[in-house]
Design a protein. Structure first.
Length: 253
């Protein structure tokens, strides 16, 4: 099941930064002239929608300078390997996430765990949707790359990695200092089909590799100077990462 992208699914966040709503997950396009940085890539079956989102912004797939990965769950790396192979696009991430992206191991919620939570509101419909979108497909990145050096990356938007382990061991958010935007991935979200809460929050416990570290990483996000937070799931949050992190922290206790 692939998503048909609508105009309202591509949201101009600020400067030349666009948040795109795929199948219950988001990716971000940072445009700079006729080039761009892509952060995350949706589910495997979001590939056509991802290409449409680039085309909507006047970008060809080979204009992507790099794909940056917040973490290597299937709903965030679904198109990464296809883009790497088809257009020779590097796929970069925190060094701790590289073996996960290669699928040396899979650190993702199991079907058994999901079924055990199926009584919770929203879990079963989400699980069916995730399966149809390619949530259990085998989509390793054959040649993932760690960031070449600390600090801002030499890519459109000059994104600055913000390590935020917990959701996965190598989860990483990205700060765009010039635009005042934080891309938080799944370290902080604003909605999810399995959550009854709206607004900044952690994902439900079953999705985290290490919930204690995920909770601690909220302090890393809180230290970022920005005015807008673009999460991996849910709508864009207009407010500071500090305020968003405090809200998420309070809800988690």
């Amino acid at each position: 099941m692939s998503k048909m992208l609508q105009d309202e699914d591509v949201v101009h966040v600020g400067d030349e930064v666009y948040a795109v709503s795929g199948s219950n997950t988001n990716w971000v396009i940072i445009k700079e002239g006729d080039s761009c940085t892509l952060i995350d890539s949706g589910y495997p079956n979001d590939y056509a929608a991802l290409l449409t989102s680039l085309n909507t912004l006047g970008l060809a797939p080979d204009s992507v300078a790099a794909v940056l990965i917040t973490h290597a769950h299937n709903d965030h790396i679904g198109a990464a390997e296809r883009l790497r192979v088809a257009f020779d696009i590097p796929v970069l991430m925190h060094e701790a996430e590289v073996p996960h992206a290669r699928r040396d191991f899979l650190d993702q919620v199991s079907i058994g765990t999901v079924l055990g939570q199926a009584w919770r509101p929203g879990v079963l419909p989400w699980a069916v949707h995730a399966l149809r979108a390619g949530g259990t497909a085998h989509v390793p990145v054959a040649a993932p790359l760690a960031f070449p050096a600390p600090g801002p990356l030499d890519l459109p938007g000059s994104p600055v990695p913000v390590p935020t382990p917990g959701h996965t061991l190598g989860h990483c958010a990205y700060h765009l200092p010039q635009s005042g935007i934080l891309i938080s991935g799944d370290a902080l979200v604003t909605a999810h089909p399995t959550s009854r809460i709206a607004g900044p929050q952690l994902l439900p416990d079953m999705f985290h590799t290490d919930r204690v570290r995920a909770l601690a990483s909220l302090s890393e996000l809180a230290a970022v100077e920005a005015d807008v937070v673009v999460p991996g799931h849910g709508p864009v949050h207009h407010g500071t990462p500090k305020d968003a992190a405090v809200m998420a922290f309070d809800l988690a206790h």
